[in-house]
Design a protein around this ligand. Structure first.
Ligand code: SF4
Length: 320
C-alpha cells in the first residue's frame, strides 16, 4: 500500500518491488519472449537537417542500432540473425519485432506499412515495438499503427523523451521540448496504443529535484512503460568530446541505485519497467564501467528496495 492507502501490486508477476516488463511478458505468454532488433534504414529529423544535423549528443552514427543488424539489408534476415544469437530458445519461444535504430515513424505511411508488415510476416512474432521521437508522431501514422492492435499481441510505441527539463533537452541536443513530449504522449493515448518512454538519470546539470519532477510528470500521463538509463559515455559520440573537455560528474553505482529507487518510488505502479539501466557492450562503453556487471546492478537495486521497505508507487500521489 502506498502512503495514500492505494496499492496496485507492483511486481505482481515476479515478487519484485517493481513491475518488470520481462516478468510481465513471461506471465502473459507462458514462454520466453525476446525482442528482435531491426534497423529499417530510416533516418532521423535530428540528423538529416530537418530539426538538426548533429543528432543527440549521446547518439552514435549507428543511431542505437544493435550489432546483430550490422551489414544485413533485409528485415527478415536481421530478425533471423538476432534469433541465432539467443541461446535459450525452444519451440515455444516468441518474438517481438523491435524497430530500434533511428526514428521508425519518420517516413511516408505507405513505406512504414510495408516495413512493419515485413517484420510481422513470421508466425513466431507476437509483437511490434516502434522506437521514435516525439516530433515524429502524427494522426496519420498513429492510425496505421493502431491497425496492428489485436488480442495477445504486444504493440508498443517507444518514445525517447529523456527528461522533462527543457535545459536538459537542450544540453542533449534533442531538438524538441518537454511540452512536445507531453503532447505526443497524449496524442498516442487517443489511439489507445501503449507508450514506453525512455529517460536518462544523471544528465549533467540536473538536480535530484529535476529527476523526481520527471518521474512525477510521467506518472501523471498516459504512459504504460518506461526504459530508464543512466548517463553513460559511448565511444565516438559528441558526448565523448564534451566529456573529455568538461569532465562532468557521472553517477557512481551507489548514487545511481539511490536515485533510481527514488525515481521508481514515484512511478505509477501499473507502469511496466522495460529497462533499469543503460546497456552497452564493453567495446563501445567508455564510462562508467559499472553497468557491464548487470546482475550486480540489478541485485543492488532489489537490495536497496528491501532495505528501504518500499516499492514502485510508494510515493506516487495520484489515483490509480
Ligand atoms: S532522436 Fe534517436 S536516432 Fe535521432 S539523433 Fe537522437 S538518439 Fe539518434
Amino acid at each position: 500500500m502506498n502512503r495514500n492507502g492505494n496499492y496496485n501490486n507492483p511486481g505482481q508477476w515476479s515478487g519484485k518491488p517493481f513491475n518488470f516488463f520481462g516478468d510481465y511478458l513471461f506471465d502473459r505468454y507462458s514462454c520466453r519472449v525476446f525482442k528482435l532488433p531491426i534497423n529499417a534504414g530510416l533516418s532521423c529529423p535530428n540528423r538529416d537537417g530537418t530539426t538538426g544535423s548533429k543528432g543527440c549528443i549521446f547518439c552514435s552514427d549507428e543511431g542505437s542500432a544493435s550489432p546483430s543488424t550490422s551489414g544485413i539489408k533485409t528485415i527478415q534476415l536481421q530478425m533471423e540473425n538476432a534469433i541465432n544469437t539467443f541461446s535459450r530458445t525452444d519451440e515455444h519461444t516468441k518474438y517481438i519485432a523491435y524497430f530500434q535504430a533511428f526514428s521508425n515513424t519518420y517516413a511516408p505511411v505507405h513505406i512504414l506499412e510495408k516495413l512493419y508488415d515485413e517484420a510481422l510476416s513470421s508466425t513466431e512474432v507476437t509483437g511490434l515495438m516502434i522506437g521514435t521521437r516525439p516530433d515524429c508522431i502524427s494522426r496519420e501514422i498513429l492510425k496505421l499503427i493502431q491497425k496492428y492492435k489485436k488480442e495477445n499481441f504486444e504493440l508498443w510505441i517507444e518514445l525517447g523523451i529523456q527528461s522533462m527539463k527543457n535545459e536538459s533537452l537542450d544540453f542533449l541536443n534533442r531538438g524538441h521540448s518537454a511540452e512536445k513530449s507531453i503532447e505526443s504522449i497524449n496524442l498516442i493515448s487517443e489511439y489507445d496504443i501503449p507508450v514506453c518512454v525512455h529517460v536518462i538519470l544523471g544528465i549533467p546539470g540536473e538536480t535530484w529535484d529535476d529527476m523526481m519532477r520527471t518521474a512525477d510528470i510521467i506518472s501523471s500521463l498516459p504512459v504504460h512503460g518506461i526504459k530508464i538509463h543512466h548517463m553513460h559515455i559511448i565511444k565516438d559520440t559528441e558526448l565523448e568530446n564534451i566529456y573529455n573537455i568538461k569532465h562532468f560528474n557521472l553517477m557512481t553505482l551507489k548514487q545511481y541505485v539511490s536515485a533510481l529507487c527514488d525515481f521508481i518510488e514515484r512511478l505509477r505502479p501499473d507502469i511496466t519497467i522495460h529497462r533499469l539501466m543503460g546497456d552497452r557492450h564493453e567495446d563501445t562503453l567508455l564510462y562508467p564501467k559499472w553497468s557491464t556487471h548487470k546482475g550486480t546492478v540489478q541485485q543492488a537495486i532489489e537490495n536497496e528496495f528491501k532495505n528501504r521497505g518500499t516499492f514502485q508507487g510508494f510515493l506516487y500521489n495520484g489515483e490509480f
